[in-house]
Write a protein that binds this ligand. Structure first.
Ligand code: SF4
Length: 300
């Protein structure tokens, strides 16, 4: 039962982070129009369980007036609203307050700010810290998202075999992270990746929608296209077992997905997402409507 719809308001971002799982960057195409946002939010009113609208990206503050109008539409329809930002615009606390005040007036439930060295380097006085301080001063709930770079380590956890190579950090190995952040990380046999560790594939509670109409259950893994089938209908009809990618993933993770479609692969991968992402990438030609858009796989 869908509770939240997260708008990838734009794929464009002023940053081009190594860990970005949707390949955002200054020249990434794809931005919602206001009419498209309105259509999606209108459609959300047909889903009884839907409560939340998020605006994220890319960097949603790059399209500030459209984001503000989108927030208004969502609030007018009674949805709670969250925003995710990299805080690039918080040049001073005073200026950050000016950016936030129109949003405070609209009633934002949470501002989530990326605050980690992957986004801002090791700056002590990062824009993220300035923005969170400014949000608190103007009365907007704010929290930080801190993603750590993946590093090789050795297990000391009693639930795993002691001394087994493990990955520290919480970067998801999808998208550009697979291209940029794998060096030096230990790998395990592909056969060990028999489940999806992160997403609720059977009954997704939240999806990300993009300007092309894709409904991401996981980045680049789409339930279907909302410009072809209305969102409420997609949500109602979704049966994970019948979905050509989610079905095998539910049955036996990325290993099963590779077996089902006889995908050629390496013997070992860093984690389940690393394996899953690459298997999916090789299946794009076969399932273009479910593995989209190509740009989140680093393809033209
Ligand atoms: S990349 Fe695959 S295994 Fe990882 S969370 Fe997404 S669907 Fe699950």
């Amino acid at each position: 039962m869908l509770q939240g719809v997260h708008f990838l308001l734009t794929y464009m971002c002023n940053f081009e982070c190594d860990h970005c799982f949707v390949y955002s960057g200054p020249s990434a195409p794809g931005t919602f129009t206001l009419n498209q946002i309105k259509d999606v939010i209108d459609e959300m009113t047909n889903i009884d369980t839907a409560e939340w609208v998020y605006f994220e990206g890319g960097e949603p503050f790059l399209f500030y007036p459209i984001m503000i109008e989108g927030v208004k539409i969502a609030r007018d329809q009674g949805f709670r609203v969250g925003i995710v930002t990299n805080s690039y615009f918080a040049t001073t606390k005073e200026d950050a307050e000016i950016w936030l005040k129109p949003l405070v007036a609209l009633g934002i439930s949470i501002l989530s700010v990326s605050d980690d060295p992957l986004h801002h380097g090791d700056e002590k006085e990062s824009p993220a810290k300035r923005l969170i301080a400014a949000a608190r001063r103007v009365g907007m709930p704010a929290s930080s998202i801190c993603i750590e770079k993946p590093v090789a380590g050795v297990s000391t956890d009693s639930t795993q075999e002691k001394g087994e190579p493990v990955i520290g950090g919480d970067t998801m190995l999808r998208g550009r992270a697979v291209e940029k952040l794998l060096e030096g990380l230990p790998k395990k046999s592909w056969k060990t990746f028999t489940e999806c560790p992160h997403e609720e594939l059977v009954v997704p509670k939240r999806i990300h929608v993009d300007p092309y109409g894709n409904t991401h259950i996981c980045q680049g893994l789409s339930m279907g296209n909302i410009w072809e089938v209305p969102l409420s209908e997609l949500d109602k009809k979704y049966d994970a077992n019948l979905h050509p990618i989610c079905g095998p993933l539910i049955k036996g993770g990325p290993a099963q997905l590779a077996k089902t479609y006889d995908v050629k692969h390496e013997d070992a991968y860093v984690d389940a997402c690393h394996f899953c992402y690459l298997v999916r990438k090789s299946l794009i030609g076969k399932f273009p409507q479910f593995l989209a858009p190509r740009q989140v796989y680093g393809l033209e």
